[in-house]
Structures are given as C-alpha cells and as structure tokens.
Design a protein around this ligand. Structure first.
Ligand SMILES: Nc1ncnc2c1ncn2[C@@H]1O[C@H](COP(=O)(O)OS(=O)(=O)O)[C@@H](OP(=O)(O)O)[C@H]1O
Ligand SMILES: Nc1ncnc2c1ncn2[C@@H]1O[C@H](COP(=O)(O)OP(=O)(O)O)[C@@H](O)[C@H]1O
Length: 201
C-alpha cells in the first residue's frame, strides 16, 4: 500500500486537452462473451472516429493480457485485478484527451460497476455485445470453445465460468442476428453526441 501520497496538479489539464482536440474524451466499454464481437466492433468504431480526425486508442483483452497484465489468470480474482488495472489505464487515457475503446469480457456486474466508478459515470459508455454461447461456439474464432469443451481451458466464460448480463447498458447489440454494419451504425449514433465538447462550467 502506498502512503503519504500528495496529488500533483498539472499545468495542462483535461479541459485544455479536450478543447485542443475539439472533442470530448470518454471510455467506450465493450463487454460480452469470447467471440461475441467486442474486438470487431471496437476496431471498426475506432476506424470511423480516426477518419474524422479524432484522437482514439483501443485496449483489447488479448493484447493487455500479453503485456501489462501477463501475471494475471482467469480466476475471479485475476479478472477483477485485470479489469481494475485496465480501468486505471483508461482513466489516464481519458485525462490525456483520448477517446478510449476497451474490449474485455468483464463478466461480473460488480467489476463493471467498479470500472464505472474509477473512470467516473459521466465518462463511461457501456456496450453490451449480446450473443448466445451457441453462436459464439459455432463461430469459435480462435478455437477456444473446442479446447474449453475438451477441458483444456479452466474457468472458460460461458462454459465453466459465469457471465452476468449488464443490468443497464448504454447500448445493447445482438450479434446473433445483427450485421456488423448495423451494429456499428447504432453505436455511432449513440456515441457521436457524447463525444461533442463538454461544457466544463
Ligand atoms: N478462461 C478463459 N475465459 C475467457 N477467455 C479466455 C480464457 N482463457 C483465455 N482467454 C482469452 O482471453 C481473452 C479474454 O480476456 P479478458 O481480459 O477480456 O477477460 S476478463 O475481462 O478478465 O474476463 C479472450 O479474448 P476474446 O475472445 O477477445 O474475448 C480469450 O482469447
Ligand atoms: N453484429 C456483429 N458484431 C460483431 N461481430 C459480429 C457480428 N456479427 C457477426 N460477427 C462475427 O463475430 C466474430 C466476433 O469475433 P471477435 O470480434 O474477435 O469477438 P470478441 O472480441 O468478442 O472475442 C467475428 O468473426 C465477426 O465477423
């Protein structure tokens, strides 16, 4: 535990960064089963925003778990710490004026509530990428469901570990039935007004 910490104020603040960028900075959080479509949608929404000249960055499960969080496993405690660190990272990106898109299974409501609390509810947009286990298993993008069914991956979400559906997401996508193009359009419609410059008064 760190003690005797005194917060340092910076000369350039988030308001000035947002004004220079001419857009707001928020966290767009994609939650859902493995294979539901989180990475696909986060990446495509980033492409759209980037083309508009906005400052963006994507944080994605497999990439963060290969670096910053490579010491963590998929137990409930491992996931909790994974998501806490990602939320703290996203908070820094938001402060840096960057629109941050995060794609993590984040299966537990309590962990998602903690993320919202860390970044501030005014900065948090939750996208629930809803897909059935059956559809994800049929896609089996990375062959992980096959391995999990064979008992080769412990604590696999949807098979041997739980996924709690979000209680009140900002947007819900049904990727079993919806095309990628339609999902992207619906997300963009909701986030565009949220990314306009805020009134800091
Ligand atoms: N046991 C188990 N359960 C679920 N997923 C597993 C597991 N082991 C490895 N993987 C791979 O890790 C990716 C999910 O990591 P996350 O950091 O998003 O998970 S979590 O939010 O901490 O629950 C996940 O990526 P996505 O398929 O993009 O969701 C998998 O590639
Ligand atoms: N509406 C949709 N949104 C996102 N992905 C979709 C949709 N419909 C079908 N898919 C397909 O589902 C798969 C999702 O894979 P991926 O984005 O890697 O999932 P995740 O990041 O959640 O593990 C891709 O093959 C994608 O083409």
């Amino acid at each position: 535990m760190s003690t005797n910490i005194v917060k340092q104020d910076y000369n350039v603040n988030v308001k000035q960064r947002r004004e220079q960028n001419k857009h707001n900075s928020k966290l767009i959080w994609f939650t859902g089963l493995s294979g539901s479509g989180k990475s696909t949608l986060a990446n495509q929404v980033e492409v759209y925003l980037h083309k508009q000249g906005k400052k963006t960055y994507v944080l994605d499960g497999d990439n963060i778990r290969g670096g910053l969080n490579k010491d963590l496993d998929f137990t409930p405690e491992g996931r909790e710490e994974n998501l806490r660190r990602i939320a703290e990272t996203a908070k820094l990106f938001i402060d840096a004026g960057v629109i941050t898109l995060a794609a993590f299974i984040s299966p537990m409501q309590k962990d998602r509530d903690k993320i919202r609390e860390i970044v501030g509810k005014e900065n948090f947009i939750e996208v629930f990428v809803n897909a059935s286990v059956e559809a994800c298993e049929k896609r089996d993008v990375k062959g992980l469901y096959k391995k999990a069914r064979a008992g080769k991956i412990p604590n696999f979400t949807g098979i041997s570990a739980p996924y709690e559906k979000p209680e009140n997401p900002t947007i819900q996508i049904n990727s079993d039935f919806e095309s990628i193009e339609d999902s992207i359009k619906r997300i963009i419609k909701v986030i565009n007004p949220e990314l306009e410059l805020p009134n800091h008064e």
